[in-house]
Design a binder for this molecule. Structure first.
Ligand code: NAD
Length: 248
């Protein structure tokens, strides 16, 4: 019960890594508000969680993450309802694999809008509340490509390099307000996207990972739990790799 009674928002909490973080936080006593992009996917995630444990305190919202006003309004509603906002996980993200030769300016804009700008907007709105209440935790989902880049789809690694920059800078700026800021950098993780890959793609990939398997969403969620909890009370500005020691 590392997060007993903490109030946590997880963006992109409807599936994949975000859903695993929501579940892990609930198992550890947090009250969680998951954010998704649509009512239908938010409702689906909530019913799956309620089915697992009807006692879990979980609800959902779907503000537009590119509208700072909508995010601020959602956080202020949360604060009114729960009395606090202790943890923000900026996890929503999209990836790209388009080659540079066919890359369009709108591709770059789209990925930056969600993977970078939405983090700034949500962190700004959350930090205002956290400062007033005496502290909090902001966590971001980065990626192994934020260290190594990737061979196509340049906007995705560029966005994750930016996530690391935001993490390290906000940790320095917000430390005096008792707000810790960290990121988790997952390697290849078995979300829906990876599960459908054929063996011919997945096996050579696994061969490059020293721990001999792809990550599970729960492996990544465990790292988020540690960083969200008081176990990490003196950890801030870190990018924690959870990638089985993959270096490619
Ligand atoms: P996913 O596609 O399964 O889930 C993405 C989540 O983001 C969903 O909940 C979705 O609702 C939300 N989302 C997408 N577009 C949105 C929008 N416009 N507005 C609001 N929410 C939106 O992906 P995932 O694999 O679970 O990825 C989650 C995070 O982990 C991302 O930031 C991704 O870059 C990162 N990541 C994933 C892997 C991997 O191998 N799966 C590896 C490294 C990093």
């Amino acid at each position: 019960m590392l997060l007993q009674n903490k109030v946590a928002v997880v963006t992109g909490g409807t599936r994949g890594i975000g859903f695993a973080i929501v579940e892990k936080f609930l198992e550890n006593g947090a009250r969680v508000i998951l954010f998704g992009s649509r009512k239908e996917t938010v409702d689906k995630a909530l019913s799956a969680l309620k089915e697992k444990n009807p006692a879990w305190e979980v609800s959902g919202m779907f503000p537009d993450l590119n509208k700072p006003d909508e995010i601020a309004r959602a956080f202020s509603e949360i604060r009114q309802k729960y009395g606090a906002l202790d943890i923000l996980v900026n996890n929503a993200g999209i990836s790209q694999s388009e080659s540079l030769y066919t890359y369009k300016p709108e591709d770059f804009e789209k990925i930056m809008n969600l993977n970078v700008l939405s983090i700034l907007y949500a962190s700004q709105a959350a930090a205002r509340i956290m400062k007033e209440q005496g502290g909090g935790v902001i966590l971001n989902t980065s990626s192994m490509v934020s260290i190594y880049g990737q061979p196509s789809g340049v906007g995705y690694p560029a966005s994750k390099f930016a996530v690391n920059g935001i993490t390290k800078s906000l940790a320095r700026e917000l430390g005096r307000d008792h707000i810790r800021v960290n990121a988790v950098a997952p390697g290849v993780t078995e979300t829906d996207m990876v599960k459908v890959l054929p063996d011919s793609v997945i096996q050579p990939l696994i061969a490059t990972i020293p721990l001999g398997r792809v990550g599970k969403p729960e492996d990544v969620a465990n790292a988020f739990l540690f960083l969200a909890s008081d176990m990490a009370s003196y950890v801030s500005g870190e990018i924690l790799s959870v990638d089985g020691a993959a270096r490619c």
